[in-house]
Design a protein around this ligand. Structure first.
Ligand SMILES: Nc1ncnc2c1ncn2[C@@H]1O[C@H](COP(=O)(O)OP(=O)(O)O)[C@@H](O)[C@H]1O
Ligand SMILES: [Mg+2]
Length: 280
């Protein structure tokens, strides 16, 4: 299923005469079955783009189209996976995954079978009766992914789904997500502040500029799959993306720190450069 943002602008009203221009003439397509990542400084409008595609908000001008039909609201063809999976704590893993299917009108047996299939895909077939508090962060996100997959959407919208996880868990989930994507052929839009994560998973990475967010640059990732994050194609691209992003980050930091900016600058530059942290 193709997604098209056609000259999309978005502003939020802050007061009577004041508005915040968040998205500036965003225009891109995601092809059916393509895996695209969005990266950019914090506050540049990444989540806003995702919400517009999900139909949870509407553009101020321009159109969001899914398979040439203008998005008017949420639909079963698009589902969102958030950073905090949003599982219902009082339900078991299985109940969490069947919940949406029941809402959709599936029979009890069909919902059960479908949920088991989804849970097996994320290797949680043995945890059906557990409650979310019994699961690790990585397992919770896998349940959230299973819950989305069983709805059989055409487009999976993922907003920093692995941001709260430790590095090891994240690497495992990268493998799982790549496998799921290869098996299901879903169209995926993935938001992350981890450049290597974006490059490891995606066919294409869109880099956004500081607010008002616009697509500043795009990178085709032509590394072989399944991907190895230490592949030289990925490592080389990472340097390019980082250099480009650093420019945007400086603009954000200057705005946030004001006169303290020069003090903070050396600290930021000495940090782990691949994961540029919450500023991205
Ligand atoms: N519903 C809203 N009302 C007002 N301002 C909003 C709303 N949603 C987002 N914003 C503002 O829009 C900007 C972009 O937000 P967001 O899309 O969440 O950025 P990102 O995901 O790139 O960090 C931020 O400055 C944020 O405060
Ligand atoms: Mg966001």
């Amino acid at each position: 299923m193709k997604v098209h943002l056609d000259q999309v602008n978005k502003s939020f009203f802050k007061g009577k005469d004041d508005k915040l221009h968040v998205l500036d003439n965003i225009d891109f397509e995601i092809q059916e079955g393509e895996f695209v990542s969005l990266i950019g400084p914090s506050g540049c409008g990444k989540s806003t783009i995702l919400k517009l595609i999900a139909g949870l908000d509407a553009p101020s001008s321009g159109e969001v189209k899914v398979n040439d039909a203008v998005v008017k609201g949420p639909g079963n063809d698009r589902v969102v996976v958030f950073q905090e999976g949003g599982l219902f704590p009082w339900m078991t893993v299985l109940e969490n995954v069947t919940y949406g299917l029941h809402l959709k009108g599936s029979s009890k047996q069909a919902a059960h079978d479908k949920a088991m299939e989804g849970l097996r895909m994320v290797h949680l077939g043995n945890f059906t009766d557990a409650h979310p508090h019994e699961l690790s962060g990585g397992m919770k996100q896998r349940v959230a992914i299973a819950r989305s997959l069983v709805m059989d959407p055409d487009v999976l919208l993922m907003d920093e789904p692995f941001a709260a996880l430790d590095e090891q868990t994240r690497l495992v989930l990268h493998k799982e997500l790549q496998h799921i994507w290869a098996q299901t052929g879903k169209t995926i839009l993935f938001i992350t502040h981890n450049i290597r994560e974006a490059l490891t998973l995606s066919d294409r990475v869109l880099l956004m500029s500081t607010r008002p967010g616009a697509v500043k640059q795009q990178y085709e990732v032509q590394a072989a799959r399944p991907r190895d994050p230490s592949d030289s194609v990925i490592v080389d691209l990472e340097k390019q993306v980082m250099a480009e992003l650093e420019e945007e980050m400086e603009k954000v930091l200057k705005e946030e720190f004001g006169d303290d900016y020069n003090l903070e600058k050396s600290h930021v530059r000495d940090g782990d450069r691949s994961d540029m942290g919450s500023h991205i």
